[in-house]
Design a protein around this ligand. Structure first.
Ligand code: GLU
Length: 430
């Protein structure tokens, strides 16, 4: 099998698609993956692109561009977030959909990978405009998504409210409420307890598992980049588990306190609608530093949990943390990854580290389809079970493959093997 020409076109050298494909090929090389699987796994089932009108508050009509890309369905319906960002590109969405395939396979949940995005800076839109945009984009997606086909969720720039509008729009078109069409909904309309915190909590569980034989998190110093849904929860839970979080940052402000930041207090302040800068000024809990310092800080553990491609050839040699755990999708470029490997740093890859979100999305989907609600304790317990099992499988596979195998390569290998197994069992249609 060969890749169709339109999808096999060359991709830019830098950027997350090139990185994702190259990571795929090195894992495929390590297990001697047959060419026919390689071609299959580097093609995309559906690449959907739309330009659609949205009525703005001043009565004007603005055209927006959006994408939804389904990578693979061998293990089940496709799953993955929808992001609203001015920087969304179709190639990024293709890459992120492939990462979702491996991510779902690594935590062993019955989904393939998908991703979507709209080119928009959501902070420039009013709530009404965001709702109009979401409802129209959902209408365009209607033929593709569905509880048995493709199930969106929040990602950068989207949240539970976005999912509520998507669920409602899809349900209106069908004439009855269909809670299983999206995950990450508010709990009041079929969302899951624990979903909002799940990605950050998954990072905590993976770290605990990684450090289990080595004294745990207590007393370690940590730097967390990003204070959105992933970074803020991860930082708070890591702090509450006894580590010293000495750096945190959001898009505007980077904060440092050598004695450890009271992240619970910062989290509560931001939860009330405040900013990190105000919090630091009011409490004198930390001083402002150059944002670049957060990544090269003198700490034990670095958690990049903001956006992709922040660890690059330019700063990888300055990174002082010996352990990097990826909260964002694709924060490490290929060049940086090679430098970390050469320097003997450990990178726990995105497709394992931040899989807590999609794992609890799976629980939400299961609950929605059974019309029942799990307790938060049960959600967290099941999350810990799945993600810790995944961590141990990846760590064991890395050891088995030998000293040059990184955790990223091991995670990719497990993802690829599980998808190939499903493919083989199902066979090719017709
Ligand atoms: N957007 C999240 C991710 O990148 C969650 C996806 C989901 O819950 O489906 O993993």
């Amino acid at each position: 099998m060969t890749s169709p020409a339109s999808l096999a076109r060359p991709v830019a050298d830098e950027g997350i698609l090139a990185t994702t494909l190259s990571q795929f090929h090195s894992a495929a090389d390590a297990i001697g993956l047959e060419d026919r699987y390689r071609a299959y796994l580097t093609s995309w089932k559906t690449v959907f692109q739309t330009q659609f009108p949205v009525e703005m508050d001043d009565g004007s009509i603005k055209i927006f561009e959006g994408y939804r890309v389904l990578h693979d369905t061998a293990r089940g319906p496709t799953k993955g977030g929808i992001r609203y960002s001015a920087n969304v590109t179709l190639d990024d969405v293709r890459a992120l959909s492939m990462l979702m395939t491996w991510k779902c396979a690594v935590v062993n949940i019955p989904f393939g990978g998908a991703k979507g995005g709209v080119i928009v800076d959501p902070s420039t839109l009013s709530a009404r405009e965001l709702q109009n945009l979401t409802r129209r984009f959902t209408t365009e997606l209607e033929p593709i998504i569905g509880p048995d086909k493709d199930i969106p969720a929040p990602d950068m720039g989207t949240n539970a409210q976005t999912m509520a509008w998507m669920m409602d729009t899809y349900s209106m078109a069908h004439g009855y409420t269909i809670p299983g069409v999206v995950t990450g909904k508010p709990v009041a309309i079929g969302g899951s307890e624990g979903r909002a915190e799940a990605t950050g909590r998954g990072i905590l569980y993976v770290l605990q598992e990684h450090l289990r034989a080595d004294g745990g998190l207590a007393g370690r110093t940590v730097s967390v980049q990003g204070f959105g849904n992933v970074g803020s929860v991860a930082a708070r839970l890591i702090h509450e588990d006894g580590a010293k979080v000495t750096y945190i940052s959001d898009v505007h402000t980077a904060l440092h306190n050598p004695d450890g930041i009271n992240v619970s207090a910062a989290y509560a302040h931001v939860g009330r609608g405040g900013t990190l800068r105000e919090w630091a000024a009011e409490t004198h809990g930390a001083t402002e530093v150059d944002p670049a310092e957060v990544l090269t800080a003198d700490v034990d553990i670095l958690v990049p949990a903001a956006v992709e491609s922040v660890l690059t050839a330019d700063n990888a040699r300055q990174v002082r943390a010996r352990l990097i755990i990826e909260g964002a999708n694709g924060p490490t470029t290929e060049e940086a990854d090679a430098i970390f490997e050469e320097r003997g740093l450990t990178v726990i890859p995105d497709i394992l580290a931040n899989a807590g979100g999609v794992t609890v999305s799976y629980f939400e989907w299961v609950q929605a389809r059974q019309y029942l609600q799990w307790t938060e304790a049960r959600v967290n317990e099941e999350l810990q079970r799945l993600i810790s099992t995944a961590y141990r499988a990846v760590a064991a596979r890395a050891v088995q493959m030998g000293p040059t195998c990184t955790q990223r390569e091991a995670a990719n290998i497990i993802g690829i093997e599980r998808v190939v197994e499903a493919l083989e069992l199902r066979g090719y249609y017709p």
